[in-house]
Ligand binder design. Sequence first.
Ligand code: ARG
Length: 459
Amino acid sequence: MSEKPWGGRFESPTNEFVEAFNASIDVDARMYAEDIAGSRAHAKMLTAQGILSQEDCNAILRGLDEITGEINSGEFEFTIALEDVHMNIEARLTEKIGDAGKRLHTARSRNDQVATDTRLYLRRRTADIVARIRHLQRVLVALADEHADTIMPGFTHLQTAQPVTLGHHLLAYVEMFDRDAGRFADASKRMNRCPLGSAALAGTTFAIDRVMTAKELGFDGPTSNSLDAVSDRDFIMELLAAASISAVHLSRFSEELILWMSAQFRFIDLPDAFCTGSSIMPQKKNPDMPELVRGKTGRIIGGLVAILTTVKSLPLAYNKDMQEDKTAIFDAFDNLEGSLRVFGDMLPGITVNKAVLHRAASSGFATATDLADALVRAGVPFRDAHEIVGKSVGHCIKADIELHEMDDAACSAIDARLSVDMVRALSVESCVAARDHVGGTAPAQVRIQVATWKKELKS
Ligand code: ARG
């Protein structure tokens, strides 16, 4: 019985299966550095407040240092009998230093401990994810620079709409990823408050200094309500929401890369190192990485649904249900970080088939809107212009030609206001160049945006 730090009031041992089922060590062992940092801060604060002797504090800090070494070198043995990372480390500390180790848990509970560790751990992981997002943005900006005037068809409803520049298309993702980074930074700022000192739920009878521990751990300050501090999992919800949105963005990008690499599009080719073949069809080169990243989106969103559903209707304060919070966010973060890494590494190796893109933009009547605009400039009301160009397109489909190939007779047969000069002037180059305003697709605008992003991202 004595093995369990909470075993005092129990008469019979834990059911063997329950011991394993109840344990979270497999999941939370990865927070060991944060757990130790929290214990160090707590011990120093207890000592500064005269609650712990300097001698005990020294033994605790030394013991925790040794434990860090043991874990880093792989010799530390985590056991499910000690349930979680908190009790595994505390038990080892006591094994090493005796009574001083047993004094560490004064004015503390695993409830404020786990809330603190998780915030610290996710703060670090969030910073890593933001760094990955920034790297991917830099890669995209460099590609956009290279393809500021590469013309491709822009789509709505996946039907040819108007010509755009590939640089402009890529910068759309730079914008999305920027908002993603902003959401992570925002959530990270909000979670940066220290729950330590909230103890089990109501605070503690000891004269603790919560400002000191908060500062020691790099938090902006202590949380203000102990009940909230031990039962709040909003920060996990927010981070999973941010991760889900970011994954959704990656999935849209993935879908485009997959389409663009197909034999029907042939817009791009992805580097061999990021694709795989088929065991039966020798011709195959499959875009596995974008497909897998698209698939990861499902489990990341699943994590968001899981945490929302787990916390829904939970009474205050801590409930064991909350132990399920970490599986969801850890899995989501691992997979999002991996996805961002793959994209950042894969995209510099992309091959862009400029000629195919140009040809695709030049067919499918992508210049039709510009012909209508030319008629409007000649004084034709827009709705009439729309009708005239619609008829022209109908004519071209039957004649199997493009708009700029219409002759004089065809133009005047459709409408006296339509001139052959107007159709001859149509080109995908002039279509994109004309959209030269803030947010437009013109190469000149892409270059302005690229310069702005380079400064912003310091690339
Ligand atoms: N392993 C637990 C968790 O992850 C730590 C907190 C447990 N607290 C408790 N009173 N059972 O939530």
